[in-house]
Design a protein around this ligand. Structure first.
Ligand code: SF4
Length: 288
């Protein structure tokens, strides 16, 4: 098995196969995406421009476009999250650099004891983050899910396993090379979408984490993380493949692993994003 096939197998793309004609077009995920895109086109208002730096390069395509496996019965049975309307406006994550920076331990305690929004009433525990706080990569997701709420750690369960496999395929160790956090530190009930006031209440914790870590590169995983950090309502499809910045820190957007579990055909795009991120990180390292 060559290296490309090994990487594809490692991140769950599985052995190569030829898709049946029309399979992708009729796949439920593709049909759902079409619906979403149509709705988005109808409802999109004038959007604020994100802080976009001219792209270093388009996301490179893999040597050969990996074929997509059919979803396993277990993954096909994965229930979609309860659909909840997105907040009308995603609050901007505006870092107040004049605000006092809490020590890391004090910040952890502040999150653990926080009761600043309604989510404190339904959480099992807060989820602060995991990984190396001296890491050069910072991965930011949306909010804890059911397993994260139970275990007190971000990105556990099947989505976390997929992320770990993808990081490993990129040559990154989840404990040493990255720090992983969420925009929200408490689980929204039923995995509903975070509301704007919850994001606003919680954002200072993430801002303080970013100020501590001072990463070389931020990878925003999923729509909410990307829209919150970039102060935009653009879709993942519009934001990925470009180099953005948050508070002068380079930022790349990709899909949330939980989304990829439900949308297998987009796994190869997430792999492209990681390759883009890895190449961008290498360039940033060379410049420093
Ligand atoms: S989500 Fe954030 S602001 Fe809300 S209670 Fe949890 S830690 Fe506090």
């Amino acid at each position: 098995m060559n290296r490309s096939a090994q990487i594809q197998r490692l991140i769950g793309l599985g052995p190569g196969w030829e898709g049946r004609p029309g399979w992708f077009e009729q796949h439920p995920a593709a049909l759902q995406r079409s619906l979403c895109q149509a709705e988005s086109a109808e409802t999109t208002n004038a959007e604020p421009a994100p802080a976009v730096i001219a792209p270093i390069q388009a996301a490179p395509a893999p040597a050969s476009t990996p074929p997509q496996p059919a979803p396993s019965p277990a993954e096909a049975a994965t229930p979609a999250p309860t659909p909840v309307a997105a907040p009308a406006a995603v609050p901007a994550m505006v870092a107040d650099t004049a605000a006092p920076l809490l020590e890391w331990d004090a910040l952890e305690r502040a999150v653990r004891d926080c009761r600043d929004c309604r989510l404190c009433q339904t959480r099992t525990q807060t989820v602060f983050g995991r990984g190396n706080k001296q890491a050069r990569w910072l991965l930011i997701g949306e909010a804890p899910g059911e397993q994260e709420d139970k275990q007190g750690l971000p990105f556990v369960g099947r989505a976390g396993q997929l992320l770990d496999n993808m990081l490993s395929a990129t040559g990154l160790d989840r404990d040493q090379d990255v720090y992983i956090a969420n925009v929200l530190k408490c689980r929204p009930p039923g995995n509903r979408n975070p509301s704007g006031d919850e994001i606003a209440s919680c954002q200072n914790y993430l801002i303080q984490q970013i100020r501590h870590i001072q990463p070389t590169l931020i990878l925003a995983l999923g729509r909410f993380a990307a829209q919150t950090l970039l102060q935009t309502e653009k879709s993942i499809g519009q934001l990925r493949g470009k180099l953005h910045s948050y508070q002068d820190i380079p930022l790349i957007v990709s899909y949330h692993p939980a989304y990829l579990l439900r949308n297998q055909p987009d796994k190869h795009k997430a792999w492209q994003d990681l390759v883009f991120a890895r190449n961008t990180f290498a360039r940033l390292q060379d410049r420093s």
